[in-house]
Design a protein around this ligand. Structure first.
Ligand SMILES: [Cu+2]
Length: 273
């Protein structure tokens, strides 16, 4: 590990001047527990000590946003072409060999394919899997997207746009592994992952260059940077959060963000070799 200069990452918290601010909260960023808009319930007879929180409490949502970008710092290695000659069907899908998806850089070395998530700070509660399926396609003998976040229990559609034989071999450690042939005629399969799990790989045994990374989340507060290096996580309740970025080679970094409802934070991460 060649950590050279003081690794600097900047965090700049831009407080979106939303109406909330105008109120000029006098008391600092502390505890004020979100006031529930009083349901017309009469004040309960003051006997019951605070109710035990039910295990299945729905996870809270709010209107805070964390966005930002990830930049690569350091010498950029030459783009490595991925040779697909071993399967002419794959090679034919590209005019020239595509480059590796491991380090995807945009203008000013912003990084794509970085997974960003709220790692800690959520108040608890369970979040239902979205009704919409997550989708991963086999397209040009690559997985698209290369990095994918899904929620536990969410349907994951695995497409085969290629019309070629692929083999989807998932290598989780917590969830069940599977190894599924997808002949060219099989255009779609569905799987789910029932347990929360950190990044694991999906590979194709037919095409050794094919690889994707999947993270199974228990909440919806995550994103993957696009080619412009940007990420955005919306709908957060007020809180103090640890935000983690993950890259398949460059590891992880975390930053903190403290947000009142309606606020936004902008975090700039820098990753280096
Ligand atoms: Cu394949």
């Amino acid at each position: 590990m060649v950590t050279t200069k003081a690794q600097k990452w900047m965090i700049s918290i831009a407080l979106a001047a939303l109406a909330a601010l105008a109120a000029g909260c006098g008391g600092g960023p502390d505890s004020a527990p979100a006031e529930t808009p009083a349901a017309a319930a009469p004040a309960p007879a003051a006997s019951a000590p605070s109710e035990p929180a039910a295990a299945a409490t729905p996870g809270p949502r709010g209107s805070a946003t964390i966005s930002g970008s990830v930049r690569y710092e350091g010498e950029v290695p030459p783009a490595r072409p991925v040779k697909m000659d071993a399967d002419p069907g794959c090679a034919k899908k590209h005019e020239s060999p595509p480059t590796s998806e491991m380090l995807v850089l945009g203008d000013d070395n912003v990084m794509g394919n970085v997974f960003v998530r709220v790692k800690s700070g959520l108040p608890g509660g369970s979040y239902p899997a979205p009704a919409d399926a997550a989708v991963i396609d086999q397209e040009g003998c690559r997985y698209v997207p290369h990095v994918l976040g899904v929620m536990k229990g969410q349907t994951v559609k695995i497409l085969n746009s290629d019309g070629l034989l692929h083999n989807v071999h998932a290598l989780p450690k917590v969830n069940k592994t599977f190894n599924m042939a997808m002949p060219g005629t099989r255009t779609e399969a569905e799987v789910t992952f029932d347990q929360e799990e950190d990044m694991f790989k999906i590979k194709c045994d037919v095409h050794p260059w094919m690889g994707a990374y999947v993270q199974v989340m228990a909440h919806p507060f995550f994103d993957v940077t696009a080619d412009d290096g940007r990420f955005e996580i919306t709908g957060l309740p007020a809180g103090s959060y640890e935000i983690e970025v993950w890259h398949e080679r460059l590891g992880t970094q975390t930053e903190r963000a403290e947000l009142a409802d309606g606020e936004s934070a902008e975090i700039l991460f820098t990753m280096a070799r």
